[in-house]
Write a new protein. Structure first.
Lengths: 329, 329
């Protein structure tokens, strides 16, 4: 039997990404299933089970010994109990589900669960853009804005596992109302839906842009991908929209940098498809705003592991269980 | 000889507070000298020397064995080198001074230095409002807004000692320009000078308030103390001003709470003279804004050690040197 392999599952708003990962971060197998979140909690949980069963069967067939299963999920994952707590604005169906207990009913392997952005940070720290750094700030820009923090080489969770919520830093004290109940949260300004919504409104006010042509006049087709595509084709309006997003992100990240003074900021998630120029503009804005002593050695880089970061990091929960979770016994 | 006593020095914009503190936090002696910051760096340093010399003489006379000297200073204090780095917006005269090296020329005792808000947090954690808590966020509301963070029972500094700058969290991405070079920093809205400035402007626009009488029509006499006094006398305008400050503070603290998920927030410094009602309003605003999972067990309390926190914490640097400083050898 081959040892030291783990199953990682990354639960997202659209898909469940999963795979078998070695202790060294090699992907032995990977798969994807729709999460079917619109069908409710039981459907989501059924799909997670299906993903794990498929993967375990494949492991058995190939004589790969699975050391455990890790799951990354939106929301605050209580490492002590395994339950998804607090508010889970981007996947409310999962609120109060005890992932750890619930999966333990179906599978004999050790089960670990953590927040989705936390496991992404873990993966980037172990095998990606933050490898070798001690203090790391990770952001995932997508449907929501997630955050993961590595301090002293370990995932940081906070006293009730609710820390690292970078998407819910206030960037405007009297700003937009957030799904989390807060006010002026970064996520309301720089997540993919927020950027798309702002862009739609500007396009409706007759802004000149090749985006109109790219979406064939149908605003429902607008995505951040199309906005970045328009910028690549030299569209000035698209650049203005993206620069504004960088201002929002710079303000939120500068706050976090002034508080945590990390060595490196890693930007991942779908929106980071904007590429190097997008990352450089975020970096510029962070350095314009944050304390010079906190930015003099700071690096701002793009995530390396792409869509695989979630399940790789989830798998690594088995290998590197948090001391806070271990307390659970 | 009596052992286990330390000298603590708290350098502020107006005064140098200092004293002899026992390992158990008892104040054996305390004193105060004007910092004379307007006379420049050499005068400030001379006054620090004077404070320490006075205290050492007194210790000698009373046969108190001094184990070392700790100094709290505004700015980013590099624990490795002892130098005040980066921007030091509220006491720029001290920028690039190497406090540790410089005091070592004059005194044989071991010398330690750290940021003033950090040592305040250390004192409140060891002997004050945060005693017994593992994860703590401290704010000092005064001329500036300082921050100190305790994580896992230890002072947190960040990778370049520049962390915990709570006064420089962005609460408004396109807001007021800050002395630190940033934009929309909390300090520009909720420090004593910011509150006084906003209040003056409102009073000039003929707002009805007993403050006009309390300051005998001379706006130069306005202080946060007078605003709180007016509120205590039932002045509605004063309450509006203070509530607005609580909104600013709530936004900044909520960001930090969503990032760090501490167990307790300790509010100290001159402005916290507002008392229990002020603290409760800040708490209410934090809980309205931050993640429910991050606030369900969160306490927001007033600092206990008042003006002594700075020199008590500075003294404790000798007893509890940071591992990050110890690397310096």
């Amino acid at each position: 039997m081959i040892k030291d392999y783990y199953i990682g599952v990354d639960l997202g708003g659209t898909n469940i990404k999963f795979g078998i990962v070695s202790a060294k971060g090699e992907i032995i197998h990977k798969g994807l299933l729709p999460a079917q979140t619109h069908l409710g909690r039981d459907a989501i949980l059924g799909n997670i089970i299906k993903a794990i069963e498929q993967t375990l069967a494949l492991a058995k067939k190939n004589k790969i010994n699975i050391g455990g299963i890790g799951v990354g999920s939106p929301g605050t994952v209580n490492l002590l109990t395994g339950k998804i707590e607090g508010s889970c604005p981007n996947l409310p169906q999962m609120l109060n589900v005890n992932l750890k207990k619930w999966l333990s009913v179906y599978f004999d392997s050790p089960i670990y669960a953590d927040n989705d952005a936390n496991v992404m940070a873990l993966a980037e720290h172990k095998f990606g853009a933050a490898k070798g750094y001690r203090d790391v700030l990770c952001l995932t820009l997508g449907t929501g804005i997630g955050g993961g923090i590595i301090l002293n080489g370990e995932l940081f969770h906070g006293s009730d596992y609710a820390g690292a919520e970078l998407g819910h830093m206030t960037i405007c004290y009297e700003g937009r109302k957030c799904n989390c109940g807060g006010i002026g949260c970064l996520e309301m300004y720089a997540s993919a839906p927020a950027i798309v919504k702002d862009t739609k409104e500007l396009l409706l006010s007759n802004k000149k842009s090749i985006i109109h042509r790219l979406i064939k006049g149908d605003l429902n087709l607008l995505t951040t991908e199309i906005i970045f595509k328009a910028e690549n084709k030299g569209d000035i309006f698209a650049t203005e929209v993206i620069n504004q997003a960088c201002i929002y992100l710079g303000a939120g990240i500068a706050s976090a940098v002034n508080l945590l003074n990390p060595q490196i900021v890693v930007v991942g998630g779908g929106v980071s498809q904007g590429g190097e120029s997008f990352i450089r503009r975020i970096e510029k804005e962070v350095k314009r705003r944050a304390f010079p002593s906190a930015t003099k050695n700071l690096k701002v880089v793009k995530a390396k592991l792409g869509n695989d970061a979630g399940f790789i990091g989830a798998a690594m929960l088995v290998k590197n269980p948090s001391p806070q979770g271990e307390r659970a016994g």
